[in-house]
Write a protein that binds this ligand. Structure first.
Ligand code: PLP
Length: 401
């Protein structure tokens, strides 16, 4: 029997030593690098000097250490870390598409991604078709001869729909279409490349870093793709320059070592709250409960040991009811009324008014995004029972239960 892929063990098995024997690699503090001879410098410019660093926008040792660890986590040949999640997404799409090409995407994506696909790609005359990613027939129908990318999120934001990555991969394979999957909500939990995705992107700002102290992203892909984006003449990453600072790379690398413990705790806390929310009759979405429409699919594709993730979407129906509920939860100490996710503290915001505000109201309605949808990123609370009691008392106080 083949051994099941374990992304956390894959990270553990990356052994990096500092140049002076430190257990953490030394931090690169140079923008440029010396060459002993002219020939090696010329070769480096042509991408033919293995192991040589040229200039930090291209590659630097700190970014290489972090990239290699993330490639191990996904099981891809290579990876390239970026200055933000949006940089990872935009670099990937701009590298894959030329003027006149076409993209098919899930209609439910992160708001910034939606805005890029809807408003920005028109500059390049790249057409985008938005589909319900769960409806595989409509995905097939949307594909055209000039389609280059099928884009989705493993767990969509903010609806927490699960993408059927194996089926989507079957649709794109052999068609010259790259399946690009944003796995920001489910690192370790879902391994998109193992399931047939071609390229996996992340906002590391969220769970991977987990400290809310920086924005960062990564593109995990084949060596050929990473070489293409970092090509000095034609590479989107090299030419647009969304490089991550090496100081940040080294701090994120240290946080990657605890990701598996954090994901398990986020997941078990969220599952606890979801069960309690069900008991008190709250309307919410969590793919870890059997009545969620994608529960079965998630069970099939997930790496079981890390749970169902830390995201819950509560629906209180209207924005007017959501506002005092969130304000009072912050006052009560449940967490912070803030956008973003994957932090050790609980974060909550009204999706339609914040991270999905780029999505026009009529499309929000079409994708089933309720104006009272509160996206909850459950923190690492040690006493989640007490957290639930706090939430419950605020629900009573605001008349929601
Ligand atoms: C936050 C987020 C992004 C964007 O990442 P940044 O690091 O903020 O640029 C992309 N996709 C998803 C799913 C996100 O949650």
């Amino acid at each position: 029997m083949t051994k099941k892929f374990d992304p956390a063990t894959a990270i553990q098995d990356v052994h990096l030593f500092g140049e002076f024997g430190g257990v953490n690699p030394s931090i690169t503090d140079s923008a440029t690098y010396t060459f002993l001879d002219e020939k090696t410098m010329i070769d480096a410019f042509q991408g033919e000097a293995e192991g040589c660093f040229l200039y930090s926008r291209h590659w630097n040792p700190s970014n290489k250490y972090l990239s290699d660890s993330l490639a191990a986590m996904e099981g891809t040949e290579s990876a390239w870390v970026t200055a933000s999640g949006m940089a990872a997404i935009t670099t990937t799409i701009l590298q894959l598409c030329n003027t006149g090409d076409h993209v098919v995407t899930s209609v439910t994506t992160y708001g910034g991604t939606f805005a890029f696909l809807k408003n920005y790609l028109t500059k390049f005359n790249i057409d985008v078709t938005f589909v319900n990613i769960a409806d595989l027939e409509s995905v097939k129908k949307a594909i055209r001869p000039n389609t280059k990318v099928l884009y989705t999120e493993s767990m969509t934001n903010p609806m927490l729909q699960i993408s059927n990555i194996p089926e989507l991969s079957r649709i794109t394979k052999g068609q010259g279409i790259q399946l690009v999957v944003d796995n920001t909500f489910t690192p370790l939990i879902i391994s998109p490349f193992q399931l047939g995705a071609d390229i996996v992107v992340y906002s590391m700002t969220k769970f991977i870093n987990g400290k809310n102290d920086c924005v960062a992203g990564v593109i995990c892909a084949s060596t050929a793709f990473i070489e293409a984006i970092s090509d000095v003449n034609t590479g989107t990453a090299m030419l647009l320059g969304p490089v991550l600072d090496p100081l940040r790379s080294s701090s994120i690398l240290k946080n990657l070592g605890t990701l598996h413990i954090r994901m398990k705790q986020h997941s078990s806390n969220a599952l606890y709250l979801a069960k309690k929310f069900k008991e008190i009759g709250l309307k919410f979405n969590y793919p870890g409960l059997p009545d969620h429409p994608d529960y079965k699919l998630m069970r099939e594709i997930m790496n079981e040991q890390f749970g169902f993730g830390g995201m819950i979407a509560i629906d209180v129906e209207t924005a007017e009811l959501a506002a005092p509920f969130m304000e009072k939860m912050q006052e009560a100490g449940v967490g912070y009324h803030a956008v973003s996710l994957g932090y050790f503290k609980t974060l909550f915001s009204n999706s339609g008014k914040s991270t999905s505000s780029e999505v026009p109201p009529e499309i929000q309605k079409e994708m089933g995004l309720s104006p009272g949808l509160i996206r909850f990123s459950v923190g690492l609370d040690n006493d989640i029972e007490r957290t639930f009691e706090l939430i419950k008392s605020v629900l009573v106080e605001t008349g929601l239960i």
